[in-house]
Design a protein around this ligand. Structure first.
Ligand SMILES: Cc1cc2nc3c(=O)[nH]c(=O)nc-3n(C[C@H](O)[C@H](O)[C@H](O)COP(=O)(O)OP(=O)(O)OC[C@H]3O[C@@H](n4cnc5c(N)ncnc54)[C@H](O)[C@@H]3O)c2cc1C
Length: 317
């Protein structure tokens, strides 16, 4: 019996979310004293998984199928899970992970627990803490199935170092009777995505117009951050919809979220609540964001942000 984690990659390179599920899987494997098996797709060099305690890497080559195919990924993973007699499976809460998790759980007749934010507090039955109501509350979820698929919230566990020497194997990319096939994908930008970013710099209507977005971009560039915005900003076409965060936009679970000229409406906060440290820059001391933030600067963004960029550049040099 092993713990199986689905380690996500992009262009053959393991994503941070993949390393996080490996770290989390290792901690579970330690707790129940078993092996950790990582399943990767199209990864040639998985050696970095040795730093996260993986005992076995099972790589699947999807030759001829360039894009993520949820049914074939699920069928191939299910076969590995059966082979390894795994009862605990972990996927990350990325876009693909959220798509795959429930389908995989149905395929292997497992319970599916989403938004998990901590290690299981018990293993018989599996009991895990999950966040709900857009991170406003938590509940302890008890699995009533013999198998459980856990979807781990981004940045909830973090990357942990465990040294191991993984055995490398290959598994078959199985067919499925899927009626859906992705034939092309288009990348909106080659910048760090909101989902993968450790730091997100976000702008709101307080920036007055798209011509001022260099402030957000320059700050993001010096911090190596992704850029985001509030809903009205994307509705007005100042920024692309892919940057809209909040209840009706993308969720953000970064380590640092900097909101500039964003009021902190409940619908905006709903999407960024699970970010670890929240910083707000706003010229209105009564702006609701100050109540939700860890740090706040009351000031004009057009004065504060250039100074911040200057200081950060000086520190970097
Ligand atoms: C069903 C529904 C779903 C929604 N979903 C979302 C969502 O997913 N995401 C989202 O963001 N919103 C969402 N909204 C909209 C939300 O209610 C707010 O209207 C929106 O978040 C406000 O955007 P904002 O903070 O950019 O603008 P504003 O509310 O106009 O706030 C601008 C802020 O900038 C500050 N400011 C002005 N000038 C400066 C300056 N020079 N320097 C510093 N600060 C300055 C102001 O003090 C103010 O606090 C939703 C609304 C509804 C009804």
């Amino acid at each position: 019996m092993s713990v199986v984690v689905y380690v996500e990659s992009q262009n053959g390179i393991i994503k941070k979310a993949g390393l996080e599920v490996a770290s989390y899987g290792r901690a579970i494997a330690n707790a129940i004293q078993t092996n950790l098996v990582a399943v990767t797709f199209n990864v040639n060099d998985a050696s970095m998984l040795n730093n996260h305690g993986v005992d076995k890497v099972c790589n699947i080559n999807t030759t001829g199928d360039t894009f993520f195919n949820v049914d074939r990924y699920s069928a191939s993973l299910a076969a590995v899970i059966e082979n390894e007699t795994a009862t605990l499976v972990v996927v990350s809460a990325t876009a693909n992970g959220r798509y795959l998790g429930p389908i995989l759980a149905a395929a292997i007749k497992a319970a599916y627990v989403s938004n998990v934010v901590a290690l299981p507090s018990a293993y018989d039955p599996v009991t895990v803490k999950r966040s709900c109501f857009t991170n406003k509350a938590f509940n302890a979820c008890v699995s009533n199935q013999s198998k459980t698929v856990i979807s781990l919230s981004s940045n909830a566990f973090g990357l942990k170092e465990y040294t191991s020497e993984a055995e490398y194997t290959e598994a078959e990319y199985l067919n499925s009777n899927s009626t859906l096939k992705v034939t092309a994908t288009d990348s909106i930008s080659d910048k760090v995505t909101i989902a993968d970013a450790d730091i997100v710099v976000s702008g709101g209507r307080g920036l007055k117009g798209p011509e001022n977005w260099h402030l957000i971009e320059d700050l993001a560039s010096v911090l190596g951050a992704a850029t985001a915005c509030s809903k009205p900003v994307s509705d007005m076409g100042w920024r692309p919809h892919s940057e809209h965060v909040g209840q009706t936009g993308k969720p953000v679970a970064s380590n640092l979220y900097i909101a500039i000229g964003v009021s902190g409406a409940i619908q905006h906060l709903a999407g960024i609540n699970s970010s670890k440290v929240k910083v707000v820059i706003n010229n209105d001391p009564e702006a609701p964001f100050f109540k939700a933030a860890d740090y706040g600067i009351v000031g004009d963004a057009f004065e504060v942000v250039p100074k911040l960029i200057e200081k950060l550049k000086a520190i970097k040099q």
